[in-house]
Ligand binder design. Structure first.
Ligand SMILES: [Zn+2]
Length: 383
């Protein structure tokens, strides 16, 4: 899932994301709550309509972002008081208000409010934090159930949309453009077929495998349609991340989506998919792109380096994205060195394309494995 923090994947318009084959985007509740505000998004019909994105969206609970405001937050049983990174104003998130915010934003998948345990932490601290997350998971579900029908899709009329098909009959050349727009509009209509969101639970427990097991079992007892593994990628060594994921996965039902939060590099997403992870999100492809770091089939490329100044080759000879088909490394290097906005756009499009291609190959491999009955494991050839 590409990360679209503020209802935007930085630098990439929604139609390009569709063309790249993005099926689901992640939005950050903390950021959207501060700007433009949940009420504003709700009034505008929810995130899908606001950002003109007809495909799926997942929002996080805000817990992780608040967790990263180390000096600006205070955690109690009730919830978390925090200061905005924008203007220092004081705010409060509880499991209940995090549910209200996510219902108001109206993503398809929303997350229980959790506490992300810091690393490193003593076992007592990991236990205490895990227990708090479990109590908050129960409160999240208890609040979500009676309020889940309040999603903005259920409360928006179609008249205000101004869809072209409703205004006039298409003629001649206008037909295909109008059809396209009407298709988009229909995606922005109230989602009658999907009347509520799916609330996922989050497993915590720090780096302690026994606590992870307990957290998984008790989160399953509360009961959610999908489960996430949270509290990783918080500074621990990569080997430890893998160990915790592998061990936690054993305790999560294979017939429900299993979501690993905040991971990872192209190699890691293949590795975790092979272990049984179904969903991942990471800022890496988009953030690295903006810093000129590009993932390719021939290894990582730092496009800012002078060695690419005269390189006429395409960025990645094995990539079919619109950037690799059209531009040379020399041009991309020039854009980056000149601080052109287009550098960020093109770099992000390629990196997202590379990640999505990687996951397409993984899915294809899983299907082949099912057909042939083999435990077909795909891995990207080493450069
Ligand atoms: Zn490319």
């Amino acid at each position: 899932m590409p990360v679209g923090t503020l209802a935007s994947v930085k630098g990439v318009p929604q139609d390009v994301l569709e063309e790249l084959g993005v099926q689901i985007l992640l939005g950050n509740t903390y950021h959207l709550y501060l700007r433009p505000g949940v009420e504003q998004v709700r009034k505008l019909g929810g995130l899908h309509r606001f950002m003109a994105w007809p495909r799926a969206i997942l929002t996080d609970s805000g817990g992780f972002q608040v967790f990263s405001l180390t000096d600006l937050r205070k955690v109690t049983e009730e919830g978390v008081t925090f200061r905005s990174h924008l203007d220092g104003s004081s705010h409060f998130f509880s499991p209940e208000s995090a549910m209200d915010a996510q219902i108001g934003l109206g993503a398809d998948i929303i997350m229980a409010f959790d506490e992300c345990t810091e690393y490193p932490a003593h076992r007592d601290r990991m236990l205490e934090s895990m227990e708090l997350t479990l109590r908050w998971a129960e409160r999240s579900k208890r609040h979500f159930e009676p309020h889940k029908d309040e999603v903005p899709w259920n409360h928006v009329g179609t008249a205000a949309l101004g869809c072209p098909g409703e205004r006039s009959s298409p003629v001649g050349d206008e037909l295909s453009a109008t059809q396209e727009a009407a298709e988009l509009c229909s995606a922005r209509q109230p989602r009658a077929a999907v009347s509520t969101q799916a609330l996922f639970g989050i497993v915590q427990g720090g780096m302690d495998l026994a606590l992870r097991k307990e957290s998984a079992q008790r989160t399953i007892e509360i009961g959610f349609p999908g489960y996430a593994i949270g509290g990783l990628s918080v500074g621990e060594p990569r080997g430890l991340t893998r160990e915790v994921v592998e061990s936690t996965l054993e305790h999560l039902p294979a017939d429900k989506p299993r979501y690993l939060m905040g991971v990872g590099t192209p190699e890691e997403i293949v590795e975790y998919a092979n272990l049984g992870i179904d969903m991942m999100d990471c800022v890496l492809p988009t953030r690295a792109a903006r810093h000129g770091l590009l993932f390719t089939s021939v290894g990582k490329i730092s496009i800012k380096q002078a060695r690419y100044a005269g390189d006429e080759a395409s960025l990645d000879p094995n990539c079919g994205c619109r950037v690799c088909l059209r531009y040379s490394r020399a041009y991309l290097r020039h854009l980056y060195a000149s601080n052109e906005v287009l550098a960020q756009v093109l770099n992000t499009v390629h990196n997202l394309s590379f990640y999505l291609d990687t996951m397409r190959a993984v899915r294809h491999s899983i299907l082949l494995g099912k057909e042939t009955g083999s435990s077909c494991v795909w891995s990207r050839p080493k450069p």
